[in-house]
Ligand binder design. Structure first.
Ligand SMILES: C[S@@+](CC[C@H](N)C(=O)[O-])C[C@H]1O[C@@H](n2cnc3c(N)ncnc32)[C@H](O)[C@@H]1O
Length: 282
């Protein structure tokens, strides 16, 4: 049976404490700061103290991320950008949720710019629960730990070195809108479009309760255009989480395409027939 602390975190933000490394140590640390020894008493405090709840979430929400994580998803994104599935004429919308400290949405922007898209041809929305992570994302200044991929073919033109730090150039920064959001909420992000052509939701589902996973996937499925692509993390295989989606024809992209349901297989936004063939190889 779940204890009150697990229930509270699960219901409010979907996190499954058993899936989070060192969660009990992190919780004990917060309890010690408040001089609370009993978990039940701490859960009661959390229920009535939004600041403490946010501080705990900030501790336990795993912030780990890096530029061009897994590489292949970004190569596949470039293939999509150059394919008939992504014709010009309309701004293409991409969502990165959760975006953590910004490495993922900036990687998306850089991959698309380096594929030859112009800034006005696409827009990237990025959202996360953590205000601390979003602050770092907006600063866009990164330490070496944010660059872990050994063979990474992206980035040179949009990342500037400043000593040991790396700064994202304004041309890439300006293509991302950051917002704070709880992935569990069903409402569209404030000020953001209702639907996206591509959604990156990587390395969140593994930390969620089964119920929260279902809610997040339902929400994102509703927000993805028919024929749009969902990118999950490498431990969140699309064919397990989204069995009705079609897996990407690109090894280790961990992406899958939403079925084109409804009459005439038309895009919800453009009303155009959706076709999908790769016209160019990247
Ligand atoms: C491991 S990072 C993943 C970042 C990036 N997508 C990647 O794959 O590198 C997980 C992020 O999920 C965020 N998070 C956890 N629960 C969330 C929720 N309910 N809504 C939005 N973001 C959440 C955390 O704040 C953290 O930044």
């Amino acid at each position: 049976m779940m204890n009150p602390l697990q229930t509270l975190l699960g219901e409010r933000v979907g996190l499954d404490l058993e899936a989070i490394p060192h969660a009990s140590v992190l919780i004990r640390r917060r309890m010690a700061r408040l001089g609370i020894e009993d978990e039940g008493a701490y859960a009661a405090r959390l229920a009535d103290d939004p600041a403490e709840f946010d501080a705990l979430v900030e501790e336990v929400a795993v912030p780990e991320t890096w530029f061009f994580r897994d590489v292949e998803p970004f190569l596949f994104l470039q293939r999509l950008a150059l394919s008939d599935a992504w014709p010009g004429g309309r701004v293409r919308r991409v969502l990165s949720l959760p975006c953590a400290s910004g490495e993922e949405p900036y990687s998306i922007v850089i991959a698309l710019l380096e594929a030859g898209l112009r800034p006005g041809q696409f827009a990237v929305d990025a959202a996360d629960l953590s205000p601390g992570a979003l602050r770092r994302a907006r600063e866009a200044v990164y330490e070496p730990a944010s660059f872990r991929e050994k063979k990474c073919p992206f980035g040179a033109a949009f990342l500037r070195k400043d000593g040991t730090r790396t700064i994202v150039e304004d041309s890439a920064r300006e293509a991302v809108q950051f917002r704070q959001a709880n992935a569990l909420n069903c409402a569209p992000l404030p000020g953001a479009p209702d639907h996206y052509d591509i959604i990156f939701c990587r390395n969140l589902l593994i930390y969620l309760t089964p119920e929260a996973r279902r809610r997040v996937l339902d929400r994102l499925d509703r927000q993805l255009e028919p024929g749009g692509w969902m990118f999950l993390g490498h431990a969140e295989l699309p064919h397990v989480f989204l069995p009705e989606y079609e897996p990407a024809p690109h090894p280790r992209a961990f992406a899958a395409r939403k079925p084109e349901t409804g009459t005439g297989r038309r895009s919800r936004t453009t009303g155009r027939e959706i076709s999908y063939t790769f016209s160019r190889k990247v």
